[in-house]
Write a protein that binds this ligand. Structure first.
Ligand SMILES: [Zn+2]
Length: 473
């Protein structure tokens, strides 16, 4: 039984009166993930965000539910909500997952906007972390509350909101071990931290890429020297780093050259990419904030979708050893350090990938330069298990009901480390991974926004999926 027609209005009003105002307060808190705020304990922003979200949730707990902020030693906290079932099989549990830590500021916010400045413009709530992934606790709990209100049975649910996702979820395995007896056996995981290719229908994520992070440092001198003296005699560290990066990536195509970072793309996923390309067309590439005249790396939209979901890719996300332009004298700088962020396809072993990158970069250094690659984290991607027919049908019906269009399936290019961990731990669980990170919503970049109507519809879709789940024999 789907949620009552009147629930659309109920959810609508709850967003206006309570959820969006609380998200506005949440955006103001600079609770950057631990990797970007090593002093997070002292700074207290994370605790403030936990207090705000847990405070909201406590006031809206379904009958019989409990909420605990779990803290293991010095680790980032976890909000754990346990909601008893009103139906479903005995011993069966659904996990709803999201996170509350945020990416750092990033530059380029347009005038009037900023990471910690909430601004509502039409359907959009701008600011860091609203869409990635602050809304998740609100949507998860509201979906359950809609079912309670409509007296529609649901299985036992646990809502788990972590505070370490943007740092690679390194604290999470300890919590999962600690909470295992309270989590129980999962038959369904609902994850609200993913993307959608448009705001017109329900998008379900069928795969995620993994991530290898690391710092590459090249040094040839103890200190900088006059560039008029040094150039032509000693190689510039930036040129040596270019040579090394050429070992990783074909700079003409962006293709990653290391076999350890590639995988065979399953036929089913190629078919899904073809279908997605038919629905979204050039949105694959023109959703990005392109400069006039800029083209994608390939003409074929299916190839672009496969590139961003099933092939590795390199981005350089930070640099050290460079003065600002204002302060740059004519100096041959002694060293260059870059932060490499390498997306890896699902099914690729992240540790083996990191080791392959290190070996490729460090072997036979040009000019005998001092070269080090220190990996600072490696996470596996994820490939969905085969979807049960009931879930396939439930997603489609929910999408038809709340969006007026069929559900769609696609891979995502980002990483949610927890999905791999859960997949390993609960091999029989079904996964409903979805989210509001659609065109231009720009999580991690400037001008991030939450598309409020999509968050509302998604909430109703989750309620419907939970209702259908509870009816499974
Ligand atoms: Zn996220």
């Amino acid at each position: 039984m789907p949620v009552a027609a009147s629930s659309t209005k109920w959810v609508d009003e709850l967003f206006s009166s309570s959820i969006v105002p609380t998200l506005v307060d949440y955006i103001k808190i600079p609770n950057k993930s631990a990797m970007f705020d090593p002093e997070w304990r002292k700074n207290g922003h994370m605790d403030k965000a936990v207090e705000l979200l847990a405070g909201w949730a406590k006031q809206r707990l379904p009958d019989g539910a409990t909420l605990e902020v779990v803290r293991l030693g010095e680790r980032t906290p976890v909000i754990f909500i346990d909601v008893p079932g009103t139906g479903g099989k005995a011993g069966d549990t659904v996990m709803l997952y999201g996170h509350l830590d945020k990416q750092p500021e990033m530059t380029g916010w347009r005038d009037g906007l900023g990471p910690w400045i909430p601004v509502i413009e039409g359907d959009k709530l701008y600011g860091r972390g609203g869409a990635d992934d602050g809304y998740s606790i609100f949507s998860s709990l509201t979906a359950i509350n809609v079912l309670r209100k409509d007296k529609i049975p649901h299985a036992r649910c646990v809502v788990l909101i972590e505070a370490c996702e943007e740092s690679g979820s390194y604290d999470l395995p300890a919590y999962i071990d600690h909470l295992a007896p309270r989590i129980g056996e999962l038959s369904l995981v609902v994850c609200l931290d993913s993307g959608c290719a448009n705001y017109d229908q329900l998008w379900s994520t069928t795969s995620l890429r993994g991530l290898v992070l690391g710092n590459l440092e090249v040094s040839l001198l103890h200190e900088g020297v006059h560039s008029g003296d040094g150039t032509g005699v000693i190689a510039a560290s930036e040129r040596v780093i270019r040579m090394l990066l050429d070992r990783l990536e074909d700079s003409h195509t962006g293709q990653i050259k290391l076999a350890a970072l590639a995988t065979q793309i399953p036929k089913q996923r190629v078919l899904q990419a073809e279908r997605t390309a038919q629905v979204i067309g050039n949105e694959v590439w023109n959703k990005f904030p392109l400069q006039p005249g800029v083209k994608a790396v390939a003409d074929n939209n299916v190839e672009l979708i496969l590139n961003r979901t099933w092939r590795p890719g390199l981005a350089i996300t930070g640099a050290e050893g460079w003065p600002t332009i204002q302060n740059a004298g004519n100096v041959l700088r002694p060293s260059t350090k870059l932060k490499l962020s390498i997306r890896i396809p699902p099914r690729v072993d992240p540790k083996a990938a990191a080791a392959a990158v290190k070996q490729a970069l460090e072997k036979d250094p040009p000019y005998g330069a001092k070269v080090t690659f220190e990996s600072s984290g490696a996470n596996a991607g994820w490939d969905a298990p085969e979807m049960a027919p009931w879930l396939d049908k439930a997603l489609d019906e929910a999408s038809q009901r709340h969006f007026g269009k069929p559900a769609m399936y696609m891979g995502e290019g980002g990483t949610i480390p927890f999905m791999y961990m859960l997949g390993e731990k609960f091999p029989k669980a079904q996964f409903c991974i979805t989210g509001v990170l659609g065109p231009s919503s720009n999580a991690h970049g400037p001008n991030e926004f939450l598309h409020i109507p999509t968050a509302k519809k998604l909430t109703l879709c989750v309620a419907d999926v939970l209702a259908t789940h509870a009816q499974q024999p």
